[in-house]
Design a protein around this ligand. Structure first.
Ligand code: UDP
Length: 583
């Protein structure tokens, strides 16, 4: 209680040098000369004020005013204490002219020139405003299929994806970040082989992450080593039969080669789609948000590293409960305050009211708890934390429904079928938190530590930059030495370093020390209690084989994951969006 009261009075935010640099460069409001005209604390005030304004839309007069004041304070404290951060577009744009607050959008791609080029324009509008876009090209007729009106032939999904890619190059997102896209094709599309190999060359379609939408029927055919039919979406005709295992291997080979394509288990995503009246065919660029066409999602993440209570030797569950509830209200308010790039998106987003509350700093919290990431205890802890957050988030959404009503598309939803009156179709999603974890100063999403320490070039000198918590532990346990820190920084991890006590080594594991199987199992543990998807990279060692990738895909499928993305060490120099934090 004491600590909480203290936190309520924060008037500024503690930031690392890196966090400050990122904010100055891309987040803070600037004048014509490009100089920041707000301090970080002003940015958080701007965001808290703008998001709290939604309170005034639901309650008039005194009551509205009081709610505004209360939530302005709560939202501000939640951010200044670094316990919660909304996704980047909210930080950048709330309370400013653009007012575009969402990170993720999905657009339809109809099988017509009008449809394809309308969406191309909509993609540009969304990128300009700072959002990422996802598309499924599955409804497009295959390459060389007939075009009635001209008696010509179609150039196929991959060629149109290349056009979207080229357009992305020209639009810088809100002047702040490069456009990111997800391109998806169903595994039964006749052009699937061209699609899965279209990024084998690293210089192609560089603004897209690509994923294959894998069906249950395909996985069954792989299991049985059977044949699988490729179907023309224009007329339902079977164009070809392929051996499922061969196609599966091609997909795995691409992922082995350079991490592309990933896969999403599309039938499973639809089986859990809370609004089945709007089927899902694609995801956002990092694949955590499963959205029907024209839907959007605004994300926010809780920094778990700050919820360890030393006194209790456990999570401060009360504090976490309060933060989850406030965060859900914050994200529901974002839907009201958002300036949508298209009327269709406004209709769908307000209709479904999808929000995606996630976590970051999970690896940091595990370390404080003394639990290794790659352990049964680690998995059990992950489930416990995420179940708690998910349940509390639903409670908050129910309370909001009582106060403000259920979401407009409630009728026909799975929530209606269960008689569960909630305000939001979804509540939880785990985002990569690429930048906001850097701002909050914690480990990204649910990823293990990227490194315990790394060598940093500073004033022409190579200096070890060591995780401050590790320095603290090293001093406390009496094994600190500059020489050792340098050693850790050179190899990134503490693996095999005898100078570090065994129990410390066991807890301070990095993504490279963890086997693919444990990565997948951790993703599956979080998925059990998450409404939408999980952004997670399954790290493979450089010497991993194509069969290892296949094994990881099968495991992900059998454990109930909604998709999987692997990355083999050293297989690619640059990623469209890197989920881990590199030095
Ligand atoms: N995203 C994007 N461009 C970027 C980074 C992210 O469009 O450069 C979108 C994308 O949909 C991604 C989502 O934002 O899945 C969330 O990414 P992340 O959590 O890394 O964003 P942050 O809020 O930390 O900037």
């Amino acid at each position: 209680m004491e600590a909480r009261r203290e936190n309520r009075e924060l008037t500024d935010i503690e930031l690392t040098e890196n966090a400050l640099a990122v904010l100055r460069k891309r987040y803070l409001k600037k004048n014509d000369r490009g100089e920041p005209v707000e301090r970080p604390v002003d940015m958080f005030r701007r965001v808290a004020g703008n998001i709290a304004e939604a309170e005034l839309k639901f309650r008039d007069g005194e009551e509205g005013r009081a709610l505004y004041e209360e939530y302005y304070g709560r939202f501000l404290q939640m951010m200044l204490s670094r316990r919660f951060m909304p996704n980047s577009p909210t930080l950048m744009n709330a309370g400013r002219e653009l007012q575009q607050l969402s990170a993720c959008f999905v657009l339809p791609v109809e099988d017509s020139i009008d449809g394809i080029y309308d969406t191309l324009k909509h993609q540009a509008i969304i990128h300009k405003s700072g959002g990422g876009t996802g598309f499924a090209f599955s409804r497009l007729r295959p390459k060389n299929d007939i075009v009635q009106s001209t008696m010509g032939v179609s150039s196929g999904p991959v060629s149109f994806m290349a056009i979207y890619d080229a357009s992305t190059d020209k639009i810088k997102q809100g002047g702040t970040r490069r456009g990111a896209n997800m391109g998806i094709l169903r595994v039964d599309h006749p052009d699937i082989e061209e699609f899965v190999t279209c990024k084998n060359d690293n210089d192609q379609i560089t603004n897209f992450n690509i994923s294959v939408a894998i069906t249950d029927a395909f996985m069954e055919a792989v299991e049985k080593d059977g044949e699988f039919e490729l179907v023309n979406p224009r007329n339902g005709a079977v164009t070809r039969r392929v051996r499922a295992r061969e196609l599966f291997k091609k997909i795995a080979y691409g992922a082995w080669l350079n991490g592309e394509p990933g896969v999403v288990f599309i039938d499973r995503i639809n089986a859990d789609n809370p609004t089945p009246q709007f089927p899902i065919e694609s995801t956002n660029p990092c694949s955590e948000a499963h959205l029907p066409p024209y839907d959007s999602c605004n994300l926010g993440s809780i920094n778990l590293s700050l919820f360890y209570s030393e006194e209790a030797g456990d999570v401060d569950w009360e504090e976490l409960r309060e933060t989850v509830r406030t965060a859900v209200r914050f994200l529901d308010n974002v839907i009201e305050q958002n300036n949508y790039p298209l009327p269709q998106i406004e209709e769908m987003s307000k209709g479904n009211r999808r929000i995606g509350l996630g976590v970051m700093g999970f690896a940091d919290l595990l370390i404080k708890m003394g639990i290794p990431y790659d352990s049964e205890e680690g998995l059990a802890f992950a489930e416990r934390v995420m179940r708690f957050i998910d349940e509390e988030a639903w409670e908050a959404s129910r309370a909001l429904a009582a106060e403000r009503g259920v979401f407009a598309h409630y009728e026909g939803s799975r929530h209606e079928a269960r008689g569960d009156r909630v305000r939001n179709a979804t509540v939880t999603t785990i985002a990569p938190t690429g930048t906001i974890s850097l701002i909050a100063g914690c480990s990204g999403g649910i990823e293990p530590l990227y490194a315990v320490a790394f060598m940093r070039r500073q004033a022409d000198m190579e200096m070890p930059d060591v995780n401050p918590e590790f320095v603290r532990v090293a001093r406390e346990r009496g094994f600190y030495s500059e020489e050792l820190m340098k050693k850790v920084a050179e190899q990134g991890s503490v693996r095999g370093l005898e100078e570090v006590p065994e129990d410390v080594r066991r807890v301070w594991v990095t993504s490279h020390d963890i086997s693919p199987e444990w990565h997948v199992r951790m993703q599956a543990a979080f998925q059990k209690h998450t409404s939408m998807g999980i952004s997670k990279t399954i790290n493979l060692p450089n010497e991993a084989t194509v069969e290892d990738v296949e094994r990881a895909y099968r495991l992900a499928y059998s454990l109930g994951c909604k998709g999987i993305a692997v990355y083999r060490d050293g297989s690619r120099e640059e990623q469209v969006l890197s989920t881990g934090k590199t030095a």
